[in-house]
Design a protein around this ligand. Structure first.
Ligand code: SAM
Ligand code: SF4
Length: 337
């Protein structure tokens, strides 16, 4: 189908009639932290430079994705701010016809210094990972120091209007669960969405995942005990979180519960890995290679056809279970988790 005849107002549907309007793009598999639930201390077998998509290649995929109905793109990794001049990619994506929202998931170590360039290029929102408010514990969980820089990055993002900033907390029993109420309280005072994520099983973390798992249900019970929580629509974005708020609070609380309460029936997303595979589900190995056709000179029409075809192999649901990896990936960072 010629690009001009595509209806830009209607996202493509997958085989289960879910409109696919959201693309997460991993721009690098590398990271400057080594969070215990995400990566082994020694890192992963990193991709070679020539295996990683260039900004031009990513922008080409973004244009094709927009042409089949993707409206929002989130840059992630690994740590996306490690990739040089990320604002160049942000600008290219923000200028893509059809793309309404460009967001970033980051550990925020390098956020403050890049914020002006990113915001001027069209970045609209940031999600920041933060599992503790204690410096010593930050170093235990992330296996590197950096709490102050993360907090500065969050404040800078709020001040720059990139909000509401979402703070992602992986809840871990015996590791940070004595701080979870303090994180919930943060939503009363600050205009942030504090989102608690159930730890997901990937190959490297199966031990810690089974030992520390806390369900979203348990968290909501605990947060309900310190104040009445109301279900609220939540901030704009395209996430799978369910949102709640304390009356009169400046911010919200979200829970992301891939294990205890799956959201597959509402899934509107696909992922582009740093090495150019389009992954159809976070937990499963269904994917198609886009790098080879890109490097063989495929035009937009071919790419659009490939994307549309890929939607037909998006699985109906994941089958994630505590302590069992649901795909061959070693870390979420391999695929832009
Ligand atoms: N480096 C960036 C960051 O940390 O925000 C972006 C990539 S990171 C893979 C994206 C999100 O995945 C973070 O919020 C992180 O906490 C979360 N994450 C990583 N491994 C996880 C796991 N095993 N279970 C649940 N969330 C995980
Ligand atoms: Fe890096 Fe993000 Fe994984 Fe932590 S969660 S190791 S910051 S990619």
């Amino acid at each position: 189908m010629a690009l001009q005849t595509i209806d830009l107002t209607r996202p493509v549907l997958d085989a289960f009639s879910r409109p696919i309007s959201y693309l997460r793009v991993s721009v690098t598999d590398k990271c400057n932290l080594r969070c215990v639930y995400c990566m082994p201390e020694g890192g992963l077998p990193w991709l070679r430079r020539d295996e990683i998509l260039s900004y031009e290649e990513i922008a080409t995929v973004a244009r094709a994705a927009a042409a089949i109905g993707v409206r929002a793109i989130r840059l992630t990794g690994g740590e996306p701010l490690l990739r040089r001049d990320l604002h160049v990619l942000v600008r290219a994506i923000a200028q893509t016809p059809g793309i309404e929202d460009v967001a970033l998931s980051t550990n925020a170590l390098l956020l403050e210094e890049q914020l002006d360039d990113l915001a001027s290029a069209g970045l609209r929102r940031v999600n920041v990972s933060l599992d503790t408010l204690r410096a010593d514990r930050f170093e235990q969980i992330a296996r590197r120091p950096g709490l102050e820089r993360v907090l500065t990055g969050i404040d800078a993002a709020i001040a720059r209007g990139l909000g509401p900033v979402k703070i992602n907390v992986v809840a871990m029993r015996g590791v940070n669960d004595d701080e979870l109420e303090a994180f919930a309280e943060l939503s009363r005072e600050r205009p942030v969405a504090v989102r608690f994520i159930e730890m997901m099983p990937v190959h490297e973390n199966l031990g810690i995942q089974t030992e520390t798992y806390i369900s979203a249900g348990e968290l909501l019970e605990r947060f309900g005990a310190i104040g009445a929580l109301e279900a609220v629509p939540g901030p704009p974005g395209n996430g799978p979180a369910r949102y709640f708020a304390y009356p009169g609070a400046a911010g919200t609380i979200g829970v992301i519960s891939p294990l205890s309460h799956d959201y597959c029936d509402r899934c509107n997303r696909v992922r582009l890995t740093a090495d150019g595979r389009l992954r159809l589900c976070l937990f499963g190995d269904h994917h198609i290679d886009l790098r080879s056709p890109l490097r063989a000179g495929a035009g937009q029409e071919v790419l659009c056809d490939l994307l549309r075809g890929a939607m037909l192999i998006k699985p109906e649901r994941h089958h994630l279970k505590l302590g069992e990896p649901a795909s061959r990936m070693r870390a979420l960072s391999e695929i832009g988790g």
